[in-house]
Design a protein around this ligand. Structure first.
Ligand code: HMG
Ligand code: MG
Length: 333
């Protein structure tokens, strides 16, 4: 499906879509997805044109068992040149595990992600420490990672509302974002973990952030729980922020955010971006097929409205083609 014209003034001409399905999506599945399926999903996403695919997490297997085979996944994925496969690292132990995979199995790590939060209760539930303690751990991890020549990306979870504390102060989001940038993150993704944000809330948060932070150092991570995620993504793009996280087939949620549904579906984000004339380098049909692959593996249809609509459209196109006599352009009755 072609791009629709040029992007409106003020919107980025190209957006980097960060695929988080194999990590953020699959971490929330009640059952464990086998390693081969996760590897095949990552390879299909790379083939569809995704250039950043968050592929796992070196976190405690006691808390998030779905990510326990991250080392194996990284070792098995056939690498596509130009694609980065970042992993989540919560502390020194996670950093050591990532380094071990690189040193002992010859798997290049290249990029990791650290994750803080804009509410104390969420920080405690997610990482068993205060925001300040978490930031101190991440500062050490970031320093060690940068010494290895790895890139470090940051997240601020629950930036638009906390499942335990409710409203979150915009200044808190700014303070945590600043701290992550100061420790060397090249970009910080602002997470609507519970999916409660509206376009108005997104404007307020990015207005505050962009007053002191270049938009090129920010990204957006929207969940679709309240059905606002694509509107929220557009509200963010209006600030010139050029990176968006999304999860194929709308997989996921967060184990520490009860009731939150999946991340916005990558298919929905790509359709939005291409409709605005914004380049992504992604083949929407191949992406939809990757979503169907993981939907089949999980035994349920994906949550992407775009994928469902496009699949129905493709089925109609096939049916029409089957009834058209070859070479005549005429329809068979
Ligand atoms: P802890 O249990 O609080 O602390 O872990 P600990 O350091 O005292 O360690 C206790 C046990 O955990 C020990 O094992 C450690 O070895 C082990 P035991 O002696 O009991 O057998 N351990 C580890 N094992 C493997 N890898 C590690 C590691 N660290 C300790 N790195 C910790 C603290 C943060 C690690 C833990 O609480 C944890 O893993 N939490 C899960 C965090 C997580 O993955 N959350 C979901 C991702 S965040 C998210 O989804 C939001 C985001 O997508 C943005 C958004 O949606 O908005 C990013
Ligand atoms: Mg998320």
């Amino acid at each position: 499906m072609p791009l629709s014209g040029r992007p409106p003034a003020g919107l980025p001409a190209r957006v980097r879509v960060v695929e988080v399905g194999p990590r953020d999506g699959l971490q929330n599945e009640p059952g464990k997805i086998d390693t081969a399926t996760r590897v095949a999903l990552i390879e299909r996403l790379a083939a569809a044109g995704l250039r950043m695919i968050e592929s796992g997490a070196f976190v405690s297997p006691k808390w998030v068992p779905q990510m326990a085979d991250t080392a194996e996944v990284l070792a098995r994925v056939r690498r596509t040149p130009g694609v980065r496969y970042p992993v989540l690292v919560p502390n020194r132990q996670g950093f050591d595990a990532a380094l071990q995979v690189q040193q002992q199995r010859g798997v290049p790590i290249e990029e990791i992600a650290v994750f803080s939060a804009a509410s104390e209760t969420f920080s405690q539930k997610n990482t068993h420490c205060t925001i300040a303690e978490g930031l101190a751990r991440f500062a050490e991890v970031a320093r060690l990672a940068l010494e290895q020549g790895w890139r470090v990306r940051g997240y601020v979870s629950v930036a638009f509302g906390c499942p335990y504390e409710g409203a979150v102060a915009v200044d808190r989001v700014h303070t945590v974002t600043r701290a992550l940038l100061d420790m060397g993150c090249y970009e910080v993704s602002i997470g609507d973990t519970t999916g409660v944000a509206t376009a108005g809330a997104v404007r307020r948060v990015y207005e505050r952030l962009c007053a002191t932070i270049p938009p090129q150092q920010l990204a957006g991570h929207f969940h679709d729980t309240w059905g606002q995620a694509t509107a929220n993504a557009l509200a963010m793009l209006e600030f010139g922020v050029p990176a968006l996280d999304a999860s194929v087939a709308g997989l996921g949620g967060c184990p520490y955010s009860p009731g939150a549904t999946g991340n916005v579906a990558t298919e929905d984000i790509v359709y939005l971006l291409h409709g605005l004339g914004i380049e992504t380098g992604i083949d929407l049909d191949a992406l939809i097929d990757a979503g169907a692959f993981i939907g089949d593996a999980l035994g349920r249809p994906g949550a992407s409205r775009v994928a469902n609509a496009r699949r129905a459209q493709r089925a109609r196109e096939r049916e029409l083609a089957a009834h058209r006599p070859a070479g005549t352009g005429a329809w068979r009755a």
